[in-house]
Design a protein around this ligand. Structure first.
Ligand SMILES: *Cc1c(COP(=O)(O)O)cnc(C)c1O
Length: 359
């Protein structure tokens, strides 16, 4: 019997891609599938997204894995190539690269590539993590324009630091900086992540980069994906492996961190931090059992979680439980745990069986 299982709904995925395309109107939508598609399996996700314009990943190994699996769309390396050898691979396998600093610039103009590659110049509009300073953009463009390694126009990319905060003035400022720096250049422009797509109309430019929203999840902790017409792609579920009578005043699990105040029934579920469920999930974190939410009680173990089913509950061994997904928004679980949904989905371990709802 399969217990810990992540059901990946590929119809929901395709729906979300189409929905994001609709929201961002005429733009190309780059599907961000780094980190094994945020834990959803990059190859399966890419295969299901035959409608996607472009994919984006963070490491060249991720891009190579997609090519090996037969994925033919353009693939953007979000942080570019990290050395000259990677540039040669990128040229050969038709990856798009990013230039965010001097070292990358020097490598790209010095090397002789078999085929020129599509290149994005990353501008630091305020994140101050990667990117060239606005005042240096012209110089970079000039150096790159003179190189025979560049295919087409030089494109421009930047990244938001606070786009999930609708009240913050930082995002509009970043948009203004981006606009003023790139206004005179003909290449494609892209600054919006999921939060940019959903919350900042003026951030859409030519191409948008959809990560978390593609998986049906809101980038903002105060809302859930369905509010934007998105559908959850992953449902994490498992089974009850024991239901036990539990007396008042008795603790449960490691460290005795929780005691029942009344007689109740404790359900034991086959799921733990060994599956990637967060060990720091506090007592009270909800899971979904037979049509209702019940609280986790006691410490999350490697292989098991204990839940308070209630004295009158009828739940039985073998019943299905859901940790997040179709019935229980992952945004809510992440809030309870004190993290973000990105971290929850990406940290699932290989012990969790992935199954795919067919197209
Ligand atoms: C991860 C990433 C994205 C996608 O971000 P989401 O918040 O998941 O939409 C977009 N752009 C860059 C550069 C990234 O690294």
């Amino acid at each position: 019997m399969i217990t810990a299982e992540a059901v990946i709904d590929l119809n929901a995925l395709r729906h979300n891609y189409a929905r994001l395309k609709e929201i961002s109107r005429c733009n190309r939508v780059i599907a961000v599938i780094k980190g094994d598609a945020y834990g959803h399996c990059a190859v399966e996700v890419a295969k299901a997204l035959d409608i996607a314009d472009t994919f984006a990943v963070s490491r060249i190994e991720e891009a190579m894995e997609l090519r090996t699996a037969g994925i033919q769309q353009p693939i953007l390396l979000l942080e570019g190539c990290f050395c000259r050898e990677d540039l040669a691979v990128a040229s050969e396998l038709n990856f798009q690269t990013v230039i965010h600093d001097k070292t990358q610039l020097e490598d790209l103009v010095a090397i002789r590539l078999s085929q020129p590659i599509i290149t994005w110049l990353k501008v630091d509009t305020g994140m101050h993590r990667l990117g060239v300073q606005p005042g240096d953009v012209s110089e970079y463009v000039e150096r790159l324009s003179n190189s025979s390694n560049i295919k087409g126009e030089i494109n421009f990319v930047s990244h938001f630091s606070c786009a999930d905060d609708k009240e913050s003035s930082v995002t509009q400022h970043q948009i203004d900086v981006f606009e003023s720096v790139i206004a005179d250049f003909p290449g494609a422009k892209s600054i919006a992540n999921s939060a940019g797509i959903l919350f900042w109309d003026l951030a859409h430019f030519d191409q948008v980069r959809a990560g978390i929203a593609l998986y049906g999840i809101s980038p903002d902790e105060n809302s859930i994906g369905s509010e934007y017409g998105l559908k959850p792609v992953m449902t994490l579920q498992s089974k009850l492996i024991s239901v036990r009578e539990h007396g008042a005043g008795k603790p449960v699990g490691y460290g005795e961190i929780w005691k029942s105040s009344t007689p109740t029934k404790i359900g034991v579920v086959a799921m733990g931090y060994g599956d990637g469920y967060p060990r720091l999930a506090p007592s009270g974190t909800p899971i979904w059992v037979n049509g209702r939410e019940v609280p986790i009680v006691g410490r999350v173990s490697m292989d098991m979680i204990t839940v308070d089913l209630g004295l009158d509950s009828q739940d039985r061994v073998g019943d299905s439980v859901e940790f997040w997904g179709e019935n229980l928004p992952i945004e809510k679980v992440a809030n309870e745990v004190g993290t973000i949904p990105y971290e929850l989905t990406i940290k699932l371990t290989k012990r969790v069986v992935k199954t795919y709802k067919a197209l």
